[in-house]
Structure formats: structure tokens, C-alpha cells
Write a protein that binds this ligand. Structure first.
Ligand code: ACO
Length: 438
């Protein structure tokens, strides 16, 4: 099925301007998208490394999972557009697709859903682990800890060389993330943990574990459950972003999958990545009213001011983030369902979007709204506090992380990731004892 050509007759020749030395490097073409120059022999042949500190022009791996065309605003998983997947599919089916490469038959789907559903409970002792955290701990801090700690609980699926154990770990992670995320939320409220319910689907069960209480029945709102499911699909995978690359790098050292996903969670937490959805709402609250938008736009443009318009700009998308398009309409559906016809936050967001999209600074730099711009508004309307936003992102992204890790582990050889550097420190010098230092 894959047309991925990794042997190529095309090449790229580099010439050293000073010595005239030339080196011919192979060029590989993917199925779609830019081709890549294979520089693995460059050091051996020229004594030079390449320099690309934030990987703006570096491919770190081959992958068949997700494709992004940032100029056209295209996102596809296994060849299926994100628009079609959010409209016609559901998170469990998309998870299967990401993990296994093809959409499931109905039998495969049922088995997968059964497997995930029956792994949702966490070891009872994890409850005690939670209790070690301060009540006011950020739930992302809690998630970094408890997800890493899963490797201390599930020893029977830690052999990374056994495909069956890898699969069990993948299922466990996808299944237990909602349980752990809901526990982190309940813990912050001082409410009892809710055990998962196997009669509910993935999104419904998560909402139940977050908003249900033992004292009364919880009524599922299908509109909110569907919106939650869409949010999960939209965040499921996004190619080799910072957190996914972190997971792959951690995995390249043969770390266990729970430890790798914990490293992904840590990387996602930053406001330049997954933490942006929390930052968007904080920014909207800080702006407060529409008349103050110009002041904040001016600050975003001021190079002396560290302020950036949160939810705008993306390393890859130089067009409207396709996920933001879907979320924009989902946000309206959720607000309508909840009877919020005039939400000041939503109105502020739309006005900010309108002004930024017309402003030459943002237009010239191709800074469009990204996925985080609207997700926060929906999540807030559903009742989640801002501190939980990035946790929900981590929950959904777990399937992407583990699919990318699985793909890497299925490669015939696993080689540790180890970038090099341009050393700018002191050259060799003799040690001077402390008494002799001036
Ligand atoms: N507000 C104001 N200016 C911006 C913004 C912004 N949100 N984003 C980029 N710029 C400007 C930069 O100052 C720079 O201007 P210059 O060329 O005059 O120096 C230019 O646009 C290019 O920006 P870079 O920082 O080079 O873009 P990069 O690809 O490194 O950064 C990033 C992408 C981190 C997402 C950035 O746009 C940003 O900080 N956005 C706000 C945070 C955010 O929403 N993050 C979520 C990303 S999506 C995700 O992770 C799910």
C-alpha cells in the first residue's frame, strides 16, 4: 500500500566553496510532500555536521501515520482528511487507524473497543499514589508523575521487544489516560474518584468520571459527548511535533512506553505547545473587553515585549489550522446546546480573530488561529477549569504518541537518537587550582 520510496536515484550535490570538494547525497521522495536529502554520510565524507537547532528543515524519521501540508492547511491521518474523520468517524475508530494503519472492520472495531473498555480501571494502589500530591498541584504535574508511575504497576507489558506486550501497553495507555485525567481533576476538587463505566463510550465515560458524583445519577448530554469526541480526534496526532519527537527520542534509548509517554506529557505542558489552550483563556481574561484588543495586538507586535497572541501561529501551518476550522463550528454547537447565546469570551475571541486576520503583521507572517484558539472556549463551556485543558490534550494525544512509538519500534533497527552540536565553549585549557584563581 505504501508508496514510500526510500531508495532513490535522485541526488543532491553539495560543494565546499573553499576546497571545491563535492559530495553527492541521496534524495528520497515520500508519497506526498517535500523530498528529503539523506545527510547521514555527510560527516564521514566531509567532516561537517549540519546545524538546525529547532528542526525547521530536518526530518527525524520516516512515518506513515500523519501528513501535514502547512501551506495548504491540510492534515491527514493514514490518508484520511481530518475534516472527514471528525465528521464521519469517532475517536475509537481513529485510534485504531492511527495504531494499526487501516480502518477497522466491524469485528476489529468491536474487539478494539472491548479491549480499551476493559483496561480503563487503574491499579487500586494508584489511588494512594495520587494522595501524595498537594491538592493544589497542577493536574499536568500530577499526570507527568502518575503516567510515569504506570511502569511501576504494569510489569507484565514492559518488554519493548515483544510486539504483544507493546500492544497491551498501547491499549493500557489509551484506556487509562481518561481515568487518570479524571482522577487528577477530582483530586483537585476534593471529590471522590469515579470508577469507569463500561456501558459508556470513550468520551461519555470521560465526562462521567469528571462530572459525575456517587450521590446522584449522571445524565450524558450527547451533544457535549460528541463535541468531546471531536476534540479527542482533532488532538489525536500531529506528526513530529515537540512532544511526539520527545516520545520518539525517549523511546530510542529503549525506555519503556509508560516512561516515554510521561516524557511526551512533560514536553506538551509548555505554553508554546499544548499549554497554549490554557494560555488562550488566560489571555482572553486578561484582555477582558473588545476595546482593549488593539492594546494587546500592539503588544504582540512589539519585539521588546515578550507577549504573544496565544492561539495564533504555528511552526508548520502557514494557513488556517484545519483543526481550528472544525473547532470553531463545534464551539458554536456547544454554546448553543448549553443555551449560551451571548458568550463574552467567544465574542472577544471572534473579534480578536477578525482583527488579527486583517492586520498586516499577522498576514505577512502567516499567523492564523491554531487548534488551541477555540478548544479552550469549548472546554470552558463544558465546565473544565483552564488547568485541565492541557491534560485533555495529553489524553487525546496519547494515541498519537503511542502509535508513533509503535511505528518506531517496528522498524528493523532501533538506533538511539543523538544530535550533535556546534561547540562554542572554551578550547582545551589547563586546570588551575582554586587557590590560584584570581
Ligand atoms: N504573536 C505575535 N507574534 C508571533 C506569534 C504570536 N502568537 N507567533 C509568531 N509570531 C511572530 C514572531 O515574533 C516572528 O516574528 P519576526 O519574524 O518579526 O521575528 C514570526 O512571527 C515567526 O515566529 P517564530 O517564533 O519564528 O515561529 P515559530 O514557528 O518558531 O513558532 C509558535 C511557532 C511557537 C507556535 C508561535 O507561533 C507561538 O508562540 N504562538 C503562540 C503560542 C501558541 O499558540 N502555541 C500553540 C501552537 S499549536 C500546538 O502546539 C498545538
Amino acid at each position: 500500500m505504501s508508496k514510500n520510496k526510500t531508495t532513490s536515484h535522485k541526488s543532491f550535490t553539495l560543494t565546499n566553496d573553499q576546497t571545491g570538494q563535492t559530495v553527492k547525497l541521496p534524495v528520497y521522495e515520500g508519497t506526498v510532500g517535500p523530498s528529503v536529502i539523506d545527510i547521514r554520510k555527510l560527516y564521514e565524507e566531509t567532516g561537517h555536521f549540519t546545524m538546525d537547532p529547532s528542526f525547521t528543515a530536518t526530518g527525524s524519521c520516516k512515518s506513515r501515520i500523519t501528513y501535514i501540508d502547512g501551506d495548504e492547511g491540510i492534515l491527514m491521518h493514514r490518508g484520511y482528511s481530518i475534516e472527514e474523520l471528525t465528521e464521519k468517524s469517532n475517536f475509537m475508530e481513529v485510534s485504531y487507524l492511527l495504531l494499526y494503519g487501516e480502518p477497522p472492520t466491524s469485528g476489529e472495531y468491536d474487539d478494539f473497543v472491548h479491549n480499551i473498555t476493559y483496561h480503563t480501571m487503574v491499579h487500586e494502589q494508584i489511588h494512594y499514589f495520587f494522595r501524595g500530591f498537594r491538592r493544589d498541584a497542577h493536574p499536568m504535574a500530577v499526570m507527568c508523575g502518575v503516567v510515569g508511575a504506570l511502569s511501576a504497576f504494569y510489569h507484565d507489558s514492559l518488554d519493548i521487544w515483544d510486539p504483544k506486550q507493546r500492544e497491551i501497553s498501547a491499549h493500557r495507555l489509551i484506556a487509562k489516560m481518561p481515568t487518570l485525567a479524571a482522577m487528577a481533576y477530582k483530586y483537585s476538587l476534593g471529590q471522590p474518584f469515579m470508577y469507569p463505566r463500561n456501558d459508556l463510550n470513550y468520551a461519555e465515560n470521560f465526562l462521567y468520571m469528571c462530572f459525575g458524583v456517587p450521590a446522584e445519577p449522571y445524565k450524558i448530554n450527547p451533544v457535549l459527548a460528541r463535541a468531546m469526541d471531536k476534540i479527542f480526534i482533532l488532538h489525536a496526532d500531529h506528526e513530529q511535533n515537540a512532544s511526539t519527537s520527545t516520545v520518539r527520542l525517549a523511546g530510542s534509548s529503549q525506555a519503556n512506553p509508560f516512561a516515554c509517554i510521561a516524557s511526551g506529557i512533560a514536553s506538551l505542558w509548555g505554553p508554546a505547545h499544548g499549554g497554549a489552550n490554557q494560555a488562550v483563556l488566560e489571555m482572553l481574561a486578561q484582555i477582558g473587553t473588545k476595546d482593549r484588543i488593539p492594546e494587546f495586538i500592539a503588544r504582540a507586535k512589539d519585539k521588546e515585549d515578550p507577549f504573544r497572541l496565544m492561539g495564533f501561529g504555528h511552526r508548520v501551518y502557514k494557513n488556517y489550522d484545519p483543526r481550528a476550522q472544525v473547532l470553531r463550528s463545534a464551539a458554536h454547537e456547544v454554546l448553543q446546546e448549553l443555551g449560551i447565546t451571548k458568550d463574552p469570551m467567544m465574542e472577544l475571541a471572534m473579534e480578536l480573530e477578525r482583527i488579527a486576520l486583517e492586520d498586516p503583521y499577522f498576514v505577512e507572517r502567516k499567523l492564523f488561529p491554531n487548534v488551541d484558539f477555540y478548544s479552550g472556549i469549548i472546554l470552558k463551556a463544558m465546565g473544565f477549569p483552564t488547568s485541565m485543558f492541557t491534560v485533555l490534550f495529553a489524553l487525546a494525544r496519547t494515541v498519537g504518541w503511542i502509535s508513533q512509538w509503535k511505528e518506531m519500534m517496528e522498524e528493523p533497527t532501533l538506533k538511539i537518537g543523538r544530535p550533535r552540536q556546534l561547540y562554542t565553549g572554551s578550547p582545551a585549557r589547563p586546570y588551575v587550582s582554586i587557590k590560584e584563581r584570581s
